[in-house]
Ligand binder design. Structure first.
Ligand code: IYR
Length: 222
């Protein structure tokens, strides 16, 4: 390899074959318990926890290592109220006017509606923005695979929140543009996902859904 860039050794702590089997089983069992939550407790979550989880999200792989994400974490009650009001305005229009019948029918089993009280109850709202391009002293910096990169970072975050016993919802009021205004983001940042974060409410319920089987989701060529 001829390069001017610097490289460092890469090592992972190897598991024994038994540990490897066990890890995979346990991780699957843990992650099967993750559910989208729409009823949150107002119990606070320390900022330091959110900070560490956002560092973790920022460890995701990204196109040409451009790290094309911006995480905005909001616990400010007035700002949460503003976001709720704007989201509910879009959601009301979605449910009452914009959504095709087929979509509404697909949502029925989830019991969703335009009212989004959790946007105020949850102690944190994390808004993930994708950066379409960077800004450097010499002008625009090109970014690559932005949707893939930011999607993976969100996956890291959702998975880590679950491991911390925290619930979230991949919330996508559509369009999300109101978040750019409220959070005063520049042109190159576009809202990607809104994650309310907190402990589930004591009486939280989730729909009784089943997941596709391995046979339905996967193919092996060995
Ligand atoms: N954004 C709306 C509708 C909605 C759409 C899908 I696709 C969902 O999986 C769930 C809800 C809402 O958040 O209620």
């Amino acid at each position: 390899m001829s390069t001017n860039h610097s490289f460092i050794p890469f090592k992972l702590d190897p598991l024994t074959p038994q540990e490897l089997e066990q890890q995979a089983v346990e991780l699957n069992q843990q992650l099967q318990k993750r559910r989208s939550c729409r009823a949150f407790s107002d119990k606070p979550v320390p900022r330091s926890v959110i900070e560490n989880l956002l560092k973790l999200a920022g460890s995701a792989p990204s196109g040409a290592h451009k790290q094309p994400w911006r995480f905005v974490a909001i616990s400010n009650p007035a700002l949460k109220a503003k976001i709720r009001a704007a989201a509910e305005q879009e959601e009301k229009a979605f449910y009452q006017e914009r959504a095709p019948q087929e979509w509404l029918k697909d949502l029925e089993p989830l019991g969703t509606q335009w009212q989004k009280p959790f946007l105020e109850t949850a102690p944190w709202l994390i808004v993930i923005f994708k950066k379409l391009y960077g800004r450097s002293s010499s002008g625009k910096e090109k970014y690559y695979y932005v949707n893939e990169s930011v999607g993976i970072a969100c996956g890291f975050l959702i998975r880590a929140l679950h491991q911390c016993g925290l619930a979230t919802l991949t919330h996508t009021p559509s369009p999300l543009n109101f978040l750019s205004d409220i959070l005063e983001r520049p042109q190159n940042e576009k809202p990607f996902l809104l994650l309310p974060v907190g402990f589930p409410a004591n009486d939280a319920q989730v729909p009784n859904l089943s997941r596709k089987t391995l046979d339905e989701t996967s193919l092996f060529f060995t």
